[in-house]
Design a protein around this ligand. Structure first.
Ligand code: G6P
Length: 490
């Protein structure tokens, strides 16, 4: 893609955090953080462009204060070097589109939990309407022919709607979560509509070979009028004379950012404090959003199994689990929170001694220095989702392990397993005994072996960082037929 061509990014959330100052009756805002923001910032800053998304609060809350909201958002955009275009959503829309179809249908279904889905027709209707709203917002703000990059499961319908408003330039789509196996996808009552919406893009990007294969299998089964052509490096789906290029682009992180911060004085002094507070024990670390896909309960069962099979580890290791609150309005998440509280309490009650508590569990957010200190201080990173698109925690852990002494335990069902399968200890998180034994192996692993593995893991993240990921996608979006697959796991 020519470096000077403007780009439009579309995602459910705008890359900002907004707060309402009750006293002065006005909005305050600041740029958001996180992987997608740090990847898109340099690209949008150098090319110029627009980021379209929801500012994160319901429209009713902004009533009477829309003007100050728009001004604050505009200012943040100006500072960042590109335009920010808010799409306002009413509480009814947020409930049906975000809480409903995105998080109570697509999220569980695509992660392989069809029984957790709530297939309410109203959710689908709201999803279609909100996707149309995003497309209308885009059509109003975009220069004709400007390439568009749409992100994630909230917005699958945007390209189809945009084409109805008049055919724009190339439109790419990247799915951050897994694409489900055929037997799960077909349970969706709107499976054909959603498939047609996906095939309205020029470029479709998935996290791993698994997701791409699942998608192509669904296309083959549900869309008999299409033709799938496997080239040397690309796969093309031909549909009614149009071509959709399908590729694998494993997302990553800003390696240098974590690597440098991990060596800062701030992080070192926080590690010092952690040592004092947690005691002289080896620390096993889990960091996750509160989500049933993350395998939190299974992880605690494996830790319990570890302590009962290897009592020599009591008063030798602690498990530090940070759970970041998420989607608290969705009932499945509230129920999981209660269950975690119960299980952690039970295990601590069973094994604690007067001077030692096995699980330290925090339900909170922490700042980035604290997070990095946890990653660096940990002896073992325990990343055991039941299913995950990629899992960036595994990459952040490696990038922060500047002493090259930690061991990564990784679920074979995380997209990251494609890249890390040789140097992480891969586990099936449903297999409690084997996961417990893998943790034991990690704790006991000799220094030479740990260093060898961690050095290679870090090298992988350093060479395939988030900028590499974003550039691969943007280049392919400009000329989809020249796509060279970025996957390492194909
Ligand atoms: C996952 C999704 C993202 C989403 C994030 C946080 O990583 O792939 O699109 O933004 O979870 O979830 P939330 O519902 O708070 O946006």
């Amino acid at each position: 893609m020519p470096d000077n061509q403007e780009l439009t990014i579309v995602s459910n959330r705008l890359p900002i955090v907004m707060n309402f100052d009750e006293q002065n009756r006005q909005w305050n805002g600041k740029p958001g953080s996180g992987g997608l923001v740090s990847a898109m910032n340099p690209i949008l800053q150098s090319r110029g462009g627009t980021w379209v998304g929801w500012p994160g609060m319901v429209a009713e809350k902004a009533e009477g204060y829309e003007q100050s909201l728009r001004e604050v958002i505009e200012d943040i955009g100006q500072e960042a070097g590109y335009k920010l275009e808010p799409v306002m959503l009413s509480s009814e829309e947020v409930e049906g589109y975000y809480g409903g179809f995105a998080n109570s249908v697509l999220w569980p279904l695509f992660h392989g939990f069809p029984n957790r889905c709530d297939f309410k027709p109203e959710f689908w209707e709201q999803y279609v309407e909100v996707n149309e709203k995003f497309a209308a917002g885009l059509a109003n703000t975009m220069e004709p022919g400007q390439p568009i990059w749409v992100h994630d499961y909230h917005l699958i319908g945007v390209a189809e709607k945009l084409r109805q408003f008049g055919s724009p330039g190339n439109i790419g789509y990247f799915l951050h979560i897994p694409f489900p196996a055929l037997e799960n996808y077909v349970k969706l009552p709107w499976r054909a509509d959603l498939m047609r919406a996906l095939l309205a893009y020029d470029l479709l990007g998935f996290q791993s070979g698994r997701d791409k294969r699942n998608f192509l299998e669904c296309v083959e089964r549900l869309m008999p009028q299409t033709n799938i052509v496997h080239g040397d490096t690309t796969t093309t789906v031909e549909v009614q004379g149009e071509k959709v290029i399908v590729g694998v682009f494993p997302i990553s992180i800003d390696f240098d950012d974590f690597n440098e911060r991990a060596q800062s004085r701030e992080v070192e002094s926080r590690m010092e404090r952690m040592r004092e507070e947690l005691g002289p024990y080896k620390m096993l670390l889990g960091i996750d959003r509160l989500d049933y896909t993350k395998g939190l309960l299974e992880r605690f069962y494996a830790f319990e199994e570890l302590l009962s099979r290897h009592p020599d580890l009591c008063e030798e290791v602690v498990f530090f689990q940070l759970v970041v609150p998420s989607r608290e309005s969705v009932p499945e998440y509230q129920a999981l929170k209660r269950e975690i509280d119960r299980i952690v309490g039970r295990i601590n009650g069973r094994f604690s001694t007067s001077k030692w508590q096995p699980i330290h569990y925090l339900y909170n957010t922490v700042d980035i220095a604290e997070l990095t200190a946890l990653y660096r201080h940990a002896s073992v990173g325990v990343v055991t989702p039941l299913c995950d698109g990629m899992n960036l925690v595994s990459k952040e852990f490696c990038a922060s392990q500047v002493d090259e002494s930690g061991v990564l335990i990784l679920s074979e069902f995380a997209g990251a397993a494609d890249e890390f399968h040789e140097d992480a200890l891969l586990v099936n998180p449903y297999d409690t005994v084997s996961t417990a034994e893998a943790i034991y192996e990690a704790v006991m692993m000799d220094e030479k072996e740990r260093r060898k593995r961690m050095r290679r893991l870090r090298h992988e993240v350093q060479t395939h960082n988030v900028y590499w990921w974003a550039n691969q996608f943007v280049d392919s979006l400009h000329e989809p037929s020249t796509l060279v697959e970025a996957s390492k796991g194909e």
